[in-house]
Design a protein around this ligand. Sequence first.
Ligand SMILES: *Cc1c(COP(=O)(O)O)cnc(C)c1O
Length: 366
Amino acid sequence: MENIVLFSAVKANAGLDFVTPLKAVLDSHWYVLGNEVKLFEEEFAQYVGVNHCISVANGSDALELALKGLGVDKGDRVVAVANAGFYGSTAIHAVGAEPLYVDVDPVSLTICPKALAAVIESKPAAVIVTHLYGQLANVEEVVRIASAAGVPVLEDCAQSHGARRNAKQAGSFGTIACFSFYPTKNLGALGDGGAVVTNDDTVATRMRQLRQYGWTQKYQVSIPGGRNSRLDEMQAAILRVKLPHLDVWNEQRRAIAKRYSEAFATLDMQLPCSTGEDYVGHLYVVRVKARAEFAAALKEKMVSTDVHYPIADHKQPAYAVEQVGSLEVTERACETVISLPCFPGLTDEEVDRVIEAVTAYFSKEK
Ligand SMILES: *Cc1c(COP(=O)(O)O)cnc(C)c1O
């Protein structure tokens, strides 16, 4: 019996022609900030439903540069959740700001609007909302609360390419939004890649300068904090091949999630809150009481699992954080969450085997 892996980028890539576009890049002898990047930025902005896309080297750079683009500076505080893998926190620390962690909603595991409302009067410099596991957060309410206080909202869409509610898509709600094109993301390159999207012309201009040394024109450094962070022509060409398939792949992820959620409906575990359009199945995450035993039982049946994420940001050993409010839901989630295989190309038989392994575990329990 073959092991069922947690995710595979290879399955979605199988059968796609990358050679022709890569050959075209080779023949053009133009490798950085060329036509492929320009076209991908246009196509991705149109897909998300925003005016501007500025591609960068990876999702983490996107977050860091987006904070700089919003004018976040040393000593500022930025609101974030503490259950989303530390990516937002890395960016906050990188710009010399301080994270102000708020708790997550117990149903969606995304930022709790009430917890945000409780700290917004302290005038943080920005709010990061992470659409975790592919689930669109209650971003409309977050934007309403933040806007009323004059605070910009940054959406972290690294796990939620294509998630939508009322025909509005992840990345089009806030002031600025960040994407990663790491190979296992819903839209993945064959290496690292990332992007920032925005409707704000001024922020877009700043982002284009920040990703390239702070230049306004060649060799003229006009704004501080510039970097070199660019997507290259080959990755842009790959992403242009893959983007037209994204909605179909998301639908496949959702179909797997739906099969799981139907099969697990009566079991003693908490399931993802939605399998509708506001969820793109980046990860299928359940919450169980005895996680180690559950993982061991699945491993015995050759089903891989992983934990996203085991350590809350405020408990990471590298950074001491003075925590103000309660993070009870966050801490409880870190102890109970576990991810099941969910990716395009996972076969019906493999989904059956995962379902069988999970139900067997719960029938043995009783
Ligand atoms: C993957 C990820 C990132 C970071 O993207 P990289 O391209 O790996 O730097 C940021 N935020 C979230 C939520 C992610 O899942």
